[in-house]
Design a protein around this ligand. Sequence first.
Ligand SMILES: [Zn+2]
Length: 207
Amino acid sequence: MDMIKVGRFISTKRKEQNLTQMQLAEKLSITDRAVSKWECGKALPDSSIMIELCEILNISVNELLTGEEIEMEKYDKQVEQNLIEMVKQKEESDKRLLNIEIILMVISLICFISIIVVMAAVEMPLWAKILIGVGGFIQLIAATLVSFRIEQKAGYYECQNCHETFIPTFKQSSFAKHKGRTKYMKCPCCGEKGYCKKVLVLNKKTK
Ligand SMILES: [Zn+2]
């Protein structure tokens, strides 16, 4: 997906509608900085507002993602290409997120261990020790919560029984027994409990 091209297309279409970045942003209840980011090719519009944006700009979502107007004959082919591209981008961003999770937990653990070492080694009043200790503990908990969130949201879990992929609830994935990223959960599709593997690709059930 060519984000620069998409950005230029948004900008052209916005001007055709005689809208300023600010006016477009207001219509979508977002900041004009977000609009400016799209137009510079630094970000894609969030999927939640894509349809509304396309209605305002009088284009199809397919044209938005392609960054140009599409002739009717080429339309279906372009839809497929864009879909594949979107799936690829999600896979890549999920992979990045899962790597960030590892880095986050390593940094957080190093911080926590350093704090404990400092507390043990350095002479300081009790209240200071408690304050630092609590601080260290809170950052560890916060990092753990963020990493739970990433694990739940990035990619999917694959049931080893029916091989359906699914996204568990935050509670389900956070409290599940796990071996690495593999978690013991109940599959929402077949209802069987088992160890579900983390996968990046959505598995469509073949019937
Ligand atoms: Zn299943």
